[in-house]
Design a protein around this ligand. Sequence first.
Ligand SMILES: Nc1ncnc2c1ncn2[C@@H]1O[C@H](COP(=O)(O)OP(=O)(O)O)[C@@H](O)[C@H]1O
Ligand SMILES: [Mg+2]
Length: 268
Amino acid sequence: MDLTTMEINLVKIGGSVISRESSENKFERETVRSIARQLHPFHHGLILVHGTGFVGKPPAITYGYYKSGHAAKKDYLAMLAIKDELRVLNHRFVRTMLDESVPVMPFGISHMFTEAMDALKPGAEQELRDVLSNGYVPVFYGDLIMCRDGSFRVFSSDVITLLLSQVFHPRHTVFLSDVDGVYRHGDNLDNPAENNLIEVLNAKVAAELERSEYDKNDVSGGMSAKVAHALKIASNSEKCFIGSGINPGVVSGFLRGENVLGTRIEAG
Ligand SMILES: Nc1ncnc2c1ncn2[C@@H]1O[C@H](COP(=O)(O)OP(=O)(O)O)[C@@H](O)[C@H]1O
Ligand SMILES: [Mg+2]
């Protein structure tokens, strides 16, 4: 298919959606299967990114790089073991997508993105365009990237999504998470109050949220970092949305243009 006429849709599936402490191998196979079925009709021009969730977060806390995003070289064996675990998570994700006939092709970040984590490497864009024009679905995942001195930095799946949006200018960019969207008050999310979900979020609304410290759970990542990335993406993408990856029908409904529950992100 000709890429100049192909609509690109970029879907980031949160680690909180694909993994759970209590599930077998920490992998939420049935949830990923449900997302695969929803995405199958849209697989032409689709790019997927997934997070690390319960595989990535516990070691980040243990080794003290959860907030800084930087892991010291002395822990290299542990870092390499974590990278291997993340690759296994990606393998499970890819296998589940293939089982549902979504023709995914996984890519490691260190081969496709610069070590500065600010752009695709030369040649990578063309490679991805070739993959897309053949009808295949590139898949990326959050990982640790090696610095030149042998230490490691977190390359988050939200950042990967931002960089891809800058290159591919998607029609839709979707963040699937374990909540229905962005809430005005993030302190009691197990029992969100009525009218707490923000339906349209722009820079003005985000500034008000920042003042109210709406994301009390997570200083380095979590929802406030996602919102900051999504606001940048909104200027590269026709539509940008944060919604549930767990409730069935949200991502397919959004891609079909339906008014599904979630938070639409608008530029400006
Ligand atoms: N105001 C808020 N609205 C929605 N979620 C919030 C808010 N504040 C904190 N959060 C937390 O952010 C989490 C989503 O971010 P994260 O755990 O990084 O998920 P993902 O796997 O989608 O990247 C939610 O599970 C929720 O606990
Ligand atoms: Mg996250």
